[in-house]
Design a protein around this ligand. Structure first.
Ligand SMILES: Cc1cc2nc3c(=O)[nH]c(=O)nc-3n(C[C@H](O)[C@H](O)[C@H](O)COP(=O)(O)OP(=O)(O)OC[C@H]3O[C@@H](n4cnc5c(N)ncnc54)[C@H](O)[C@@H]3O)c2cc1C
Length: 441
């Protein structure tokens, strides 16, 4: 059975690792990056707490020992379901079974100007862009004479108070307290304002009432200005306009207020539901298709426990990847009768706000934890989930160092400055690449 897996996120990775020793299954993994990304810790890369390589793992290294595994770095562009083929940036590939695990991307809800000017946090490269921008912003602030322009550089606006917005605003506020004043003694950080804007009435609205209340309290304790029931209507690179009529001058707006599925062309529009997710049955098979599955954030499955679809979480993606792998093994061994339907059993949710500040909700027994106890649980779980012993150790040492010194030492502004000495002829091809690199870093 030739299985193509499009996307090596949490879902695709779990599927492939569960199938990697299966003799009768050949895997072709396709991803536009050559690494798997641990998204929950992007915010630490963005705030110079962790190196990008600690949370991004080379796919070829993960599967070095798997004999039935192949990898191609390219983008999946179209599915030709009638021909059992996919079209990618490097050509077409045939499959017996196709699994779409392409996850989701930031949803700017059609606001092109906002998309062009705001920062997002859906990839390692975007997290690095945020890091570079924050550092560059304060370097430029040193040169500013005009008081209003200086304030625009001291204002950092985050949109969306889900886990990403909450974790990132807490981490930036902590940088503003402990690190930036030491790095930039000429700037007055009492003027720094970290503003978190949220459309609903609560922060961490997906968690328990207690977690919502506590996370807001923690954020405010760190000095974050939380504006709930407020929507950012627009942003032009200088001014954020809010639904309340208020405007905020800022050079930094980070958008964490929505995601939409990365659906390749070729999927019937009637199968795509809210959030650009693909409708699947309880086996993750796309409705009406025989051999195409969707797993993870991209999949929309209704179940008795989740009649409106599952939450877009790493644990759901991992469990769908695992369940599908076991079902494919059953199919390949002719054991069609014992296929298992998927259901998600929530093991709990958590988010961290800052040093000694986190919230944890456990469903059974129903327990809520806050403060340092929750923070220790949050840290332990994330270290456990990170791939590779070296990364676990590095992250642990990094966090220990940060805890005792209130410092983090990755505030590097790595800019692209190469090939400027080359003649236009010899760089004509490279110019396009260079532009790309500049966009990323
Ligand atoms: C900042 C942030 C923090 C988060 N924190 C948490 C958390 O604390 N706890 C939690 O449970 N969840 C968290 N999540 C959500 C969690 O990361 C997602 O639910 C999970 O990553 C979904 O897994 P997936 O495999 O479906 O997709 P992803 O992990 O997004 O993987 C998709 C893969 O597909 C590739 N891809 C996309 N399009 C194409 C294409 N056309 N061609 C080829 N390859 C493609 C991508 O490069 C990527 O490798 C967070 C998400 C973000 C962004």
């Amino acid at each position: 059975m030739r299985v193509i897996i499009a996307g090596c996120g949490f879902a695709g990775l779990k599927l492939a690792t569960t199938l990697e020793k299966e003799k009768d299954i050949e895997i072709l993994m396709i991803d536009k990056n050559n690494y798997h990304q641990f998204q929950p810790l992007f915010y630490q890369v963005a705030t110079a707490g962790l190196d990008a390589s600690n949370i991004s793992f080379p796919i070829r290294k993960i599967f070095q020992k798997a004999k039935n595994f192949h990898f191609r770095i390219t983008s999946v562009e179209e599915i030709k379901a009638d021909e059992n083929k996919i079209v990618t940036g490097i050509g077409e590939f045939d499959y017996d079974v196709l699994v779409i695990a392409t996850g989701a991307t930031t949803n700017f809800f059609g606001n092109d100007l906002l998309q062009a000017k705001a920062f997002a946090m859906k990839s390692t490269s975007e997290a690095l862009q945020v890091r570079n921008h924050i550092i560059e912003n304060f370097e430029k602030a040193l040169l500013v004479k005009d008081a209003d322009e200086l304030q625009a550089r001291m204002n950092i606006v985050l949109v969306g108070a889900g886990p990403t917005g909450v974790e990132l605003s807490g981490a930036i506020a902590e940088m503003g307290r402990h690190i930036l004043p030491k790095d930039y003694p000429e700037l007055d950080f009492s003027k720094m304002r970290v503003i978190l804007v949220e459309g609903s009435a609560k922060t961490l609205a997906v968690m328990s009432e207690k977690s919502s209340e506590q996370s807001r309290k923690y954020l405010e304790r760190l000095g974050v200005i939380v504006k709930t029931e407020t929507v950012v209507k627009g942003y032009d690179g200088n001014t954020a306009t809010l639904s309340t009529g208020e405007t905020i001058q800022t050079k930094t707006l980070i958008w964490a207020a929505g995601i939409k599925g990365n659906v390749p062309k070729g999927i019937d529009a009637s199968l795509i539901v809210r959030g650009n997710r693909i409708k699947v049955d309880r086996f993750n098979k796309i409705i009406g298709l025989e051999n195409i599955y969707a797993i993870g954030d991209i999949a929309y499955m209704e179940t008795p426990l989740y009649p409106h679809g599952h939450p877009q979480l790493a644990n759901v993606a991992i469990n769908q990847g695992k369940n599908l792998a076991l079902n494919l093994k059953r199919l390949v061994s002719g054991n069609k009768q014992s296929l298992t339907e998927f259901e998600y059993h929530d093991k709990g949710t958590m988010a961290t706000v800052g040093r000694n500040l986190a919230v944890v909700d456990l469903p059974k027994p129903k327990i809520h934890l806050g403060g340092w106890k929750a923070w220790i649980i949050w840290m332990s779980l994330h270290i456990m989930l990170i791939l590779g012993v070296k990364n676990k150790l590095q992250i642990f040492v990094n966090w220990l160092y940060k805890y005792f010194t209130y410092d983090q030492n990755l505030r590097l502004l790595i800019r692209n400055s190469y090939r400027e000495d080359k003649t236009p002829d010899s760089t004509s091809n490279l110019t396009a690449n260079k532009n790309k690199v500049e966009k990323v870093f």
